[in-house]
Design a protein around this ligand. Structure first.
Ligand code: ADP
Ligand code: MG
Length: 275
Protein backbone atom coordinates (compact mmCIF):
# COMPACT_ATOMS: atom_id res chain seq x y z
CA UNK A 1 0.00 0.00 0.00
CA UNK A 2 1.12 3.53 -0.58
CA UNK A 3 2.34 5.44 2.42
CA UNK A 4 0.42 8.61 1.67
CA UNK A 5 -2.12 9.66 4.19
CA UNK A 6 -5.72 8.79 3.38
CA UNK A 7 -7.42 11.53 1.38
CA UNK A 8 -4.07 13.08 0.39
CA UNK A 9 -4.14 14.63 -3.06
CA UNK A 10 -2.38 12.68 -5.80
CA UNK A 11 1.09 13.48 -7.04
CA UNK A 12 0.59 14.96 -10.48
CA UNK A 13 3.41 14.33 -12.95
CA UNK A 14 3.37 15.73 -16.49
CA UNK A 15 5.25 13.81 -19.18
CA UNK A 16 6.48 16.61 -21.37
CA UNK A 17 8.86 17.15 -24.27
CA UNK A 18 7.92 19.20 -27.30
CA UNK A 19 9.65 16.67 -29.54
CA UNK A 20 7.47 13.87 -30.85
CA UNK A 21 8.53 10.24 -30.78
CA UNK A 22 10.71 10.45 -27.67
CA UNK A 23 8.68 8.06 -25.51
CA UNK A 24 6.20 10.29 -23.63
CA UNK A 25 3.17 8.15 -24.38
CA UNK A 26 5.03 4.87 -23.96
CA UNK A 27 6.26 6.09 -20.59
CA UNK A 28 2.80 7.31 -19.52
CA UNK A 29 1.35 3.88 -20.28
CA UNK A 30 4.12 1.76 -18.84
CA UNK A 31 5.24 3.84 -15.89
CA UNK A 32 1.55 4.10 -15.01
CA UNK A 33 1.17 0.32 -15.24
CA UNK A 34 4.34 -0.29 -13.23
CA UNK A 35 3.23 2.12 -10.49
CA UNK A 36 -0.15 0.37 -10.34
CA UNK A 37 1.59 -3.02 -10.22
CA UNK A 38 3.53 -2.00 -7.14
CA UNK A 39 0.52 -0.78 -5.20
CA UNK A 40 -0.20 2.78 -6.33
CA UNK A 41 -3.52 3.86 -7.80
CA UNK A 42 -2.97 5.70 -11.04
CA UNK A 43 -4.88 7.93 -13.42
CA UNK A 44 -3.40 8.60 -16.87
CA UNK A 45 -4.76 11.84 -18.31
CA UNK A 46 -4.44 11.73 -22.08
CA UNK A 47 -3.80 15.29 -23.23
CA UNK A 48 -2.62 14.48 -26.74
CA UNK A 49 -5.25 14.78 -29.51
CA UNK A 50 -3.70 11.66 -31.08
CA UNK A 51 -5.09 9.71 -28.14
CA UNK A 52 -2.33 7.10 -28.30
CA UNK A 53 -2.12 6.64 -24.54
CA UNK A 54 -5.83 5.79 -24.51
CA UNK A 55 -5.43 3.37 -27.42
CA UNK A 56 -2.36 1.76 -25.87
CA UNK A 57 -4.37 1.17 -22.72
CA UNK A 58 -7.00 -0.68 -24.72
CA UNK A 59 -9.64 2.04 -25.00
CA UNK A 60 -11.44 1.76 -28.32
CA UNK A 61 -11.97 5.12 -30.05
CA UNK A 62 -15.70 4.51 -30.31
CA UNK A 63 -15.91 3.96 -26.56
CA UNK A 64 -14.59 7.46 -25.78
CA UNK A 65 -17.90 9.16 -25.09
CA UNK A 66 -16.47 11.87 -22.89
CA UNK A 67 -12.88 12.94 -23.14
CA UNK A 68 -10.34 15.44 -21.89
CA UNK A 69 -11.71 17.79 -24.55
CA UNK A 70 -15.03 17.92 -22.72
CA UNK A 71 -13.18 18.57 -19.48
CA UNK A 72 -11.17 21.48 -20.86
CA UNK A 73 -14.18 23.18 -22.43
CA UNK A 74 -16.03 22.78 -19.13
CA UNK A 75 -18.66 20.30 -20.29
CA UNK A 76 -17.63 17.32 -18.19
CA UNK A 77 -15.82 16.56 -14.97
CA UNK A 78 -12.71 14.40 -15.05
CA UNK A 79 -14.60 11.80 -13.03
CA UNK A 80 -17.17 11.52 -15.82
CA UNK A 81 -14.49 10.82 -18.42
CA UNK A 82 -12.50 8.24 -16.45
CA UNK A 83 -12.48 4.71 -17.85
CA UNK A 84 -11.10 1.47 -16.49
CA UNK A 85 -8.29 -0.26 -18.35
CA UNK A 86 -7.11 -3.87 -18.42
CA UNK A 87 -4.76 -2.98 -15.57
CA UNK A 88 -6.26 -3.02 -12.08
CA UNK A 89 -5.83 0.32 -10.28
CA UNK A 90 -4.98 2.10 -13.54
CA UNK A 91 -7.62 4.36 -15.05
CA UNK A 92 -7.49 6.69 -18.01
CA UNK A 93 -9.16 9.95 -18.95
CA UNK A 94 -9.14 9.42 -22.73
CA UNK A 95 -8.46 11.90 -25.51
CA UNK A 96 -10.08 12.31 -28.89
CA UNK A 97 -9.14 14.35 -31.96
CA UNK A 98 -11.55 17.10 -30.76
CA UNK A 99 -8.75 18.08 -28.44
CA UNK A 100 -6.79 19.53 -31.36
CA UNK A 101 -9.34 22.35 -31.58
CA UNK A 102 -9.59 23.12 -27.90
CA UNK A 103 -6.89 25.78 -27.83
CA UNK A 104 -8.85 28.07 -30.11
CA UNK A 105 -12.01 27.47 -28.13
CA UNK A 106 -10.53 28.47 -24.80
CA UNK A 107 -7.91 30.94 -26.03
CA UNK A 108 -9.77 34.01 -24.82
CA UNK A 109 -10.86 32.59 -21.46
CA UNK A 110 -9.04 34.13 -18.52
CA UNK A 111 -8.63 30.76 -16.84
CA UNK A 112 -7.46 29.04 -20.04
CA UNK A 113 -4.19 27.78 -18.51
CA UNK A 114 -5.89 26.48 -15.36
CA UNK A 115 -8.66 24.32 -16.82
CA UNK A 116 -6.91 21.02 -16.12
CA UNK A 117 -5.70 22.13 -12.73
CA UNK A 118 -9.24 23.03 -11.68
CA UNK A 119 -10.52 19.69 -12.99
CA UNK A 120 -7.88 17.77 -11.02
CA UNK A 121 -8.65 19.75 -7.87
CA UNK A 122 -12.33 18.94 -8.27
CA UNK A 123 -11.46 15.27 -8.75
CA UNK A 124 -9.34 15.21 -5.60
CA UNK A 125 -12.18 16.81 -3.64
CA UNK A 126 -14.77 14.39 -5.00
CA UNK A 127 -15.05 11.39 -2.68
CA UNK A 128 -17.76 9.59 -4.66
CA UNK A 129 -15.27 7.50 -6.67
CA UNK A 130 -11.75 6.13 -6.56
CA UNK A 131 -8.92 8.38 -5.47
CA UNK A 132 -5.49 8.23 -7.03
CA UNK A 133 -2.01 8.37 -5.61
CA UNK A 134 -0.48 9.32 -8.98
CA UNK A 135 -1.79 11.24 -11.96
CA UNK A 136 0.35 11.01 -15.11
CA UNK A 137 -0.43 13.54 -17.82
CA UNK A 138 0.58 12.55 -21.35
CA UNK A 139 1.36 15.81 -23.16
CA UNK A 140 1.26 16.48 -26.90
CA UNK A 141 4.53 17.13 -28.79
CA UNK A 142 4.41 20.91 -28.44
CA UNK A 143 4.71 23.67 -25.86
CA UNK A 144 1.17 24.74 -26.61
CA UNK A 145 -1.68 25.65 -24.28
CA UNK A 146 -2.35 21.95 -23.69
CA UNK A 147 1.16 21.40 -22.34
CA UNK A 148 0.92 24.65 -20.38
CA UNK A 149 -2.32 23.34 -18.81
CA UNK A 150 -0.43 20.18 -17.84
CA UNK A 151 2.47 22.17 -16.37
CA UNK A 152 0.12 24.47 -14.48
CA UNK A 153 -1.62 21.41 -13.00
CA UNK A 154 1.47 19.35 -12.20
CA UNK A 155 3.61 19.04 -9.12
CA UNK A 156 6.51 18.04 -11.33
CA UNK A 157 7.62 17.37 -14.88
CA UNK A 158 9.04 14.09 -16.06
CA UNK A 159 10.98 14.51 -19.30
CA UNK A 160 11.54 11.54 -21.61
CA UNK A 161 14.64 12.04 -23.78
CA UNK A 162 15.41 9.72 -26.64
CA UNK A 163 19.00 8.45 -26.82
CA UNK A 164 19.77 10.05 -30.16
CA UNK A 165 22.20 12.61 -31.45
CA UNK A 166 19.92 15.62 -30.99
CA UNK A 167 18.63 14.54 -27.57
CA UNK A 168 19.66 17.71 -25.77
CA UNK A 169 18.46 19.99 -28.52
CA UNK A 170 15.17 21.47 -27.42
CA UNK A 171 15.78 20.68 -23.75
CA UNK A 172 16.75 24.26 -22.94
CA UNK A 173 13.57 25.49 -24.61
CA UNK A 174 11.58 23.05 -22.50
CA UNK A 175 13.36 24.14 -19.32
CA UNK A 176 12.69 27.77 -20.22
CA UNK A 177 8.99 27.04 -20.54
CA UNK A 178 9.04 25.30 -17.16
CA UNK A 179 10.69 28.40 -15.72
CA UNK A 180 8.03 30.65 -17.26
CA UNK A 181 5.23 28.47 -15.90
CA UNK A 182 6.90 28.54 -12.49
CA UNK A 183 7.07 32.33 -12.53
CA UNK A 184 3.62 32.98 -13.88
CA UNK A 185 1.33 30.06 -13.16
CA UNK A 186 2.67 27.42 -10.82
CA UNK A 187 5.47 28.44 -8.42
CA UNK A 188 5.78 24.92 -6.97
CA UNK A 189 6.51 23.18 -10.26
CA UNK A 190 9.70 21.12 -10.21
CA UNK A 191 11.55 18.82 -12.60
CA UNK A 192 10.99 15.35 -11.25
CA UNK A 193 13.53 13.80 -13.54
CA UNK A 194 14.76 13.01 -17.00
CA UNK A 195 14.34 9.51 -18.33
CA UNK A 196 16.53 8.34 -21.18
CA UNK A 197 14.55 6.17 -23.59
CA UNK A 198 15.21 3.84 -26.51
CA UNK A 199 18.76 3.13 -25.40
CA UNK A 200 20.51 0.84 -27.86
CA UNK A 201 23.48 -1.02 -26.39
CA UNK A 202 24.76 -1.90 -29.87
CA UNK A 203 25.05 1.74 -30.77
CA UNK A 204 28.03 3.70 -29.37
CA UNK A 205 26.08 6.87 -29.87
CA UNK A 206 23.58 5.80 -27.22
CA UNK A 207 26.34 5.66 -24.58
CA UNK A 208 27.65 9.03 -25.66
CA UNK A 209 24.18 10.54 -25.31
CA UNK A 210 23.72 9.01 -21.86
CA UNK A 211 27.07 10.49 -20.77
CA UNK A 212 26.31 13.92 -22.22
CA UNK A 213 22.86 14.14 -20.68
CA UNK A 214 24.14 13.01 -17.28
CA UNK A 215 26.91 15.57 -17.46
CA UNK A 216 24.49 18.34 -18.40
CA UNK A 217 21.62 17.47 -16.07
CA UNK A 218 23.41 15.65 -13.23
CA UNK A 219 21.28 13.73 -10.78
CA UNK A 220 18.06 14.96 -12.40
CA UNK A 221 18.59 12.00 -14.75
CA UNK A 222 17.08 8.76 -13.45
CA UNK A 223 19.50 5.88 -13.06
CA UNK A 224 17.11 3.69 -14.98
CA UNK A 225 17.56 3.88 -18.73
CA UNK A 226 14.78 2.44 -20.89
CA UNK A 227 16.25 0.16 -23.58
CA UNK A 228 15.00 0.04 -27.13
CA UNK A 229 12.97 -3.14 -27.08
CA UNK A 230 10.71 -4.48 -29.79
CA UNK A 231 8.25 -5.83 -27.20
CA UNK A 232 7.68 -2.25 -26.01
CA UNK A 233 6.76 -1.10 -29.51
CA UNK A 234 4.58 -4.16 -30.25
CA UNK A 235 2.45 -3.95 -27.13
CA UNK A 236 0.28 -0.93 -28.10
CA UNK A 237 -1.09 -2.70 -31.17
CA UNK A 238 -2.57 -5.25 -28.74
CA UNK A 239 -4.01 -2.44 -26.62
CA UNK A 240 -1.79 -3.55 -23.76
CA UNK A 241 1.00 -2.07 -21.69
CA UNK A 242 4.21 -4.00 -22.25
CA UNK A 243 4.04 -5.24 -18.65
CA UNK A 244 0.88 -7.20 -19.51
CA UNK A 245 2.14 -8.19 -22.95
CA UNK A 246 5.52 -9.54 -21.79
CA UNK A 247 6.39 -8.98 -18.15
CA UNK A 248 9.81 -10.57 -18.45
CA UNK A 249 11.15 -8.51 -21.33
CA UNK A 250 13.84 -5.91 -20.65
CA UNK A 251 11.42 -3.08 -21.41
CA UNK A 252 8.95 -4.18 -18.72
CA UNK A 253 11.72 -4.67 -16.20
CA UNK A 254 13.10 -1.20 -16.93
CA UNK A 255 9.70 0.43 -16.39
CA UNK A 256 9.35 -1.40 -13.06
CA UNK A 257 12.74 -0.02 -11.98
CA UNK A 258 11.74 3.45 -13.12
CA UNK A 259 8.56 3.22 -11.05
CA UNK A 260 10.52 2.37 -7.90
CA UNK A 261 12.87 5.25 -8.57
CA UNK A 262 9.95 7.64 -8.98
CA UNK A 263 8.50 6.46 -5.67
CA UNK A 264 11.91 6.77 -3.97
CA UNK A 265 12.25 10.34 -5.19
CA UNK A 266 8.76 11.11 -3.92
CA UNK A 267 9.61 9.71 -0.49
CA UNK A 268 12.85 11.68 -0.37
CA UNK A 269 11.03 14.87 -1.38
CA UNK A 270 8.36 14.32 1.28
CA UNK A 271 10.95 13.59 3.97
CA UNK A 272 12.75 16.79 3.02
CA UNK A 273 9.52 18.80 3.10
CA UNK A 274 8.68 17.41 6.54
CA UNK A 275 12.15 18.12 7.99
P1 ADP B 1 5.90 10.35 -27.93
O1 ADP B 1 4.69 10.14 -27.11
O2 ADP B 1 6.97 11.14 -27.25
O3 ADP B 1 5.58 10.91 -29.29
P2 ADP B 1 5.95 7.46 -28.16
O4 ADP B 1 5.89 6.99 -26.77
O5 ADP B 1 4.68 7.45 -28.93
O6 ADP B 1 6.59 8.92 -28.21
O7 ADP B 1 7.09 6.63 -28.89
C1 ADP B 1 7.39 6.84 -30.27
C2 ADP B 1 7.56 5.49 -30.96
O8 ADP B 1 8.67 4.80 -30.40
C3 ADP B 1 6.37 4.58 -30.79
O9 ADP B 1 6.17 3.87 -31.98
C4 ADP B 1 6.79 3.64 -29.68
O10 ADP B 1 6.17 2.37 -29.78
C5 ADP B 1 8.28 3.54 -29.90
N1 ADP B 1 8.99 3.31 -28.64
C6 ADP B 1 8.93 4.07 -27.51
N2 ADP B 1 9.73 3.57 -26.56
C7 ADP B 1 10.31 2.45 -27.08
C8 ADP B 1 11.23 1.49 -26.59
N3 ADP B 1 11.74 1.55 -25.34
N4 ADP B 1 11.62 0.48 -27.42
C9 ADP B 1 11.12 0.41 -28.68
N5 ADP B 1 10.26 1.27 -29.20
C10 ADP B 1 9.84 2.28 -28.43
MG1 MG C 1 2.73 10.78 -27.48
Amino acid sequence: LSDRGAGAPPRVLALANQKGGVGKTTTAINLGTALAAIGESVLVVDLDPQGNASTGLGIDRRARNLSTYDVLVGEATLRETVMETGVPALHVAPATLDLSGVELEIASARDRAFRLRAALEALAADTTGPSYSYVLIDCPPSLSLLTVNAMAAADAILVPLQCEFFALEGLSQLLKTVEQVRTGLNPNLTIHGIVLTMYDARNNLSDQVVQDVRQFMGDKVYETVIPRNVRVSEAPSYGKPVLLYDLKCVGSQAYLRLASEVIQRERAARAQAAA
